[in-house]
Design a protein around this ligand. Structure first.
Ligand code: SAM
Length: 455
């Protein structure tokens, strides 16, 4: 009979899933230690596999600990030697190609060290990020959210990286890769897997001056079995020997153990992970306003051609100072602007009289006493609590920019609100329609709040 220590850590009454059992046996064999207070299950979880509390868990409890040797990345895969030799030729914009080549190999190798881990996802059928939706579906359901544009960029990048980097490399190593098997389609599924399941170890910032390259992504068995919520109860800690999932508050028996994938707005969750937190539960939700929409709003409000010309000069100046960019966005969270420094300066410059602007240009920026308005002051002024106190002209610009942004969605906020409030209508929606609705409405409600406060 299995002793308590050897007992497989699964919900054995309810769960008889072979892949999960195999994975847990493998975890035991590779010294991945799992607390007796938790178990893996598909029941009671937010989505598919997840981790549940078998009993009450105190804050600071180590739920599991993963030896570094079992992490799957470019430096641990069986093909690490050729990846190292070809390092230069594998450099890319995403930085993901070495991991993806390692995954192509390990995922299709019956003898892979990580077979029991990777077999948990035999076909990646559960991945449903918008990159798997049709273009029409994305446009219909997600127009205005920023996701269709982000997906277009991803798709182009992954195709380019497969065709121009991964494919030639695989062809030059036919003993390790078979291009009939390691197709663009499998590559795309693995990109989605990396998007939704990988981890990036934070870079130690000993020297704040020197911006370090981010660490490449890696697969972390067991840690990636945890689902995410904004009000999470566990967090991954990195130590030189191992990675530990630690509870960050008391967890009740029967509760799901939730990790955090970071401070993610709903549009980011849907884009990268394929789900959204039901409105209004995501405390990290945000809405973007294109920087160019604030400029557009100013141009629309200009009284004369001279004012319009002045705005062109002001905008060019802001671009030169790198305060704004053609593709940049101002971000609003639950309590106001998160990019308050850029927004404050933009509003101030766009609304300043000609004479002040001339002085501003002569000085190449603010006078010394004005330089770098206090951070706190700008944050407070552009918080939802502070907006009412802004100069009328600034409020008008924000109001008009929010309206322009709201117009960019295919449907108005009221139609979405009605859908969300009508439980029967909500139940009729497909899973994609429902997730998209939670993303759209979360953004629109922030923009609407901004409009109301700048009336
Ligand atoms: N549930 C996953 C599984 O069964 O493989 C394990 C977590 S994996 C790191 C991330 C994926 O889990 C996401 O892409 C999403 O499909 C799902 N997920 C995570 N948190 C979720 C949540 N709160 N609601 C719905 N799905 C979630």
């Amino acid at each position: 009979m299995a002793t308590d220590a050897k007992r497989p850590k699964i919900d054995d009454e309810k769960c008889v899933l072979e892949p999960l059992k195999n994975f847990l046996l493998w975890c035991d064999s590779v010294k991945l230690t799992l607390s007796d207070k938790v178990y893996l299950s598909k029941e009671g979880t937010a989505a598919e596999y997840g981790m549940m509390a078998r009993e009450d868990i105190e804050e600071g409890h180590v739920l599991f600990s993963i030896p570094r040797e079992i992490l799957l990345h470019h430096g641990t895969t069986k093909v690490k030697k050729v990846l190292e030799e070809g390092k230069k030729s594998l450099e890319s914009a995403s930085g993901w190609v070495p991991l993806l080549l390692g995954l192509l190999y390990e995922y299709t190798c019956p003898q892979s060290y990580w077979k029991p881990y990777l077999s948990l996802w035999p076909d990646f059928r559960t991945l449903d990020q918008p990159m798997f939706w049709s273009e029409e579906e994305r446009d219909k359901l997600l127009k205005g959210t920023g996701i269709p544009e982000a997906v277009q960029t991803d798709l182009k990048k992954l195709q380019d990286e497969y065709n121009n980097i991964a494919l030639p490399f695989m062809k030059s190593h036919p003993d390790l890769w078979d291009t009939e098997k390691h197709t663009l389609e499998l590559y795309k599924s693995l990109v989605a897997f990396v998007m939704a399941y990988s981890f990036q170890e934070p870079v130690e910032d000993e020297d704040e001056e020197e911006e370090k390259e981010p660490n490449p992504p890696m697969m972390v068995p067991m840690a990636d079995m945890l689902n995410h919520v904004s009000k999470h109860n566990a967090n991954l800690e990195y130590t030189p020997e191992c990675l530990k999932m630690v509870s960050v508050r008391h967890i009740e028996k029967g509760e799901e153990v939730f990790n955090t994938y970071g401070q993610m707005a709903n549009w980011q969750l849907l884009h990268m992970y394929g789900f959204a937190e039901p409105f209004p539960t995501n405390s990290n939700d945000t809405a973007d306003i294109q920087m160019s929409s604030v400029y557009k709003a100013a141009v629309q409000a200009a009284q004369s051609e001279a004012d319009q010309r002045l705005l062109v000069d002001k905008w060019n100046m802001l671009c030169e100072m790198e305060i704004v960019g053609e593709k940049g966005v101002f971000i609003f969270g639950q309590s106001g602007s998160l990019t308050y420094s850029e927004l404050y300066t933009t509003l101030k410059v766009l609304c300043m009289p000609l004479q002040d602007f001339e002085e501003f240009c002569e000085n190449e920026g603010w006078e010394e006493d004005e330089e770098g308005e206090e951070d706190d002051k700008m944050e407070q002024a552009l918080s939802f609590a502070g907006l009412k106190g802004l100069p009328a002209e600034w409020k008008c610009l924000l109001h008009a920019a929010a309206a322009l942004t709201l117009d960019s969605y295919s449907e108005d906020v009221e139609a979405d609100r009605k859908r969300l409030e009508d439980q029967d209508a909500l139940a009729e929606l497909s899973s994609r329609e429902r997730r998209a609705l939670h993303v759209r409405y979360a953004q629109k409600s922030i923009l609407q709040r901004l409009q109301q406060l700048t009336k």
